[in-house]
Design a protein around this ligand. Structure first.
Ligand code: ADP
Ligand code: MG
Length: 289
């Protein structure tokens, strides 16, 4: 599904002495099946934006269209949109409450017939890498943090959403757990024909993962494009927003400053390696000349 946001502004406690503009005139379009990373420092407005995308929050002003349908119109039924745009909230595992993993995952699609619910639970568990026979009868409370988070993600997948949004899905996990969740999200996007949006404040991870990056700062959408477009020419600007840039790019910029003729639009280890080899060969060559 495509998403179009026009001039979205959201003000918490509007009209009160401490009102706060959490989203400020944000406009963008996301194409069907894109893989999008929402990046920004804590407080930049990521969670507020995410909650607008399935109508949980209503804009102070502006419009949101899902597949061309305006979800910000007054008094409309958003049940259908909420099924089609699934959100995995930050620390979603704290909301697990059923006695077994299978029951928890079945909670969303519970109104469907039994066979369909069972099919969806099995598929969702396979999608998040949890073995059905081993885990379905366990209590969510017996699981590790990373496993619980998988169950929470499976609960949203079981709704078979067309847009899957994950708010800081790796928050609080160790580096191993983080990589597992990123791999999982990558395969969900590759295998399920979904538009996927995830938020994070780790640039390094997102640069390697997504097709499109959206950079938020103080409620504004500052930069949007492919990771390469975003990092190119914007390193200082991103640092100014309190965001780190990919380490490989940092290295390339340092080498450039030290007089090496390297490209500064590299975002993967492979690219920086190729650039280094090219430069060193060139240097070696020029010494001999
Ligand atoms: P992020 O997810 O990027 O950390 P949020 O969307 O949670 O950012 O918050 C954006 C801004 O809105 C922050 O300054 C935050 O303090 C403020 N904010 C968030 N939730 C509330 C709330 N319920 N009431 C008042 N201000 C809020
Ligand atoms: Mg947040």
């Amino acid at each position: 599904m495509s998403i179009k946001v026009e001039n979205l502004t959201y003000i918490y406690d509007e009209g009160m002495p401490f009102e706060h503009r959490a989203l400020d005139d944000v406009s963008f379009e996301i194409q069907d099946r894109d893989f999008v990373g929402l990046i920004g420092h804590t407080g930049s407005g990521k969670s507020t934006l995410i909650q607008h995308l399935n109508g949980l929050m209503k804009p102070s002003s502006g419009k949101i269209y899902i597949n061309g349908f305006d979800i910000t119109q007054k008094d409309q039924n958003l049940t259908d949109i909420r099924k089609r745009v699934g959100i995995v909230f930050q620390y979603a595992e704290y909301q697990l409450f059923e006695e077994t993993v299978a029951k928890d995952i079945a909670f969303g699609p519970q109104n469907l017939d039994e066979a369909e619910v069972d099919r969806r639970v099995r598929k969702a568990m396979a999608d998040v890498g949890l073995d059905y026979d081993h885990f379905s009868g366990k209590s969510p409370f017996e699981l590790s943090g990373g496993q619980k988070r998988r169950v929470a993600i499976a609960g949203v997948i079981a709704m078979e959403p067309e847009v899957l949004i994950l708010d800081e899905p790796t928050a609080g996990l160790d580096p191993g757990g983080r990589d597992e969740i990123f791999d999982l999200i990558r395969s969900l996007h590759a295998n399920n024909n979904m538009t996927v949006i995830l938020s994070s404040h780790s640039m390094d991870d997102m640069a390697k993962l997504v097709n499109t990056l959206m950079v938020m700062n103080k409620g504004r959408l500052e930069i949007m494009g492919s990771p390469r477009e975003v990092f190119k020419e914007n390193a200082d600007r991103l640092r100014g927003m309190g965001l780190n840039i990919p380490q490989v790019l940092e290295l390339a910029i340092k080498l450039k400053r030290a007089g090496y003729d390297v490209r500064t639009d590299v975002i993967t280890i492979e690219e920086v390696k190729a650039e280094l080899e090219r430069c060193l060969l060139k240097k070696g060559g020029s010494k001999n000349a």
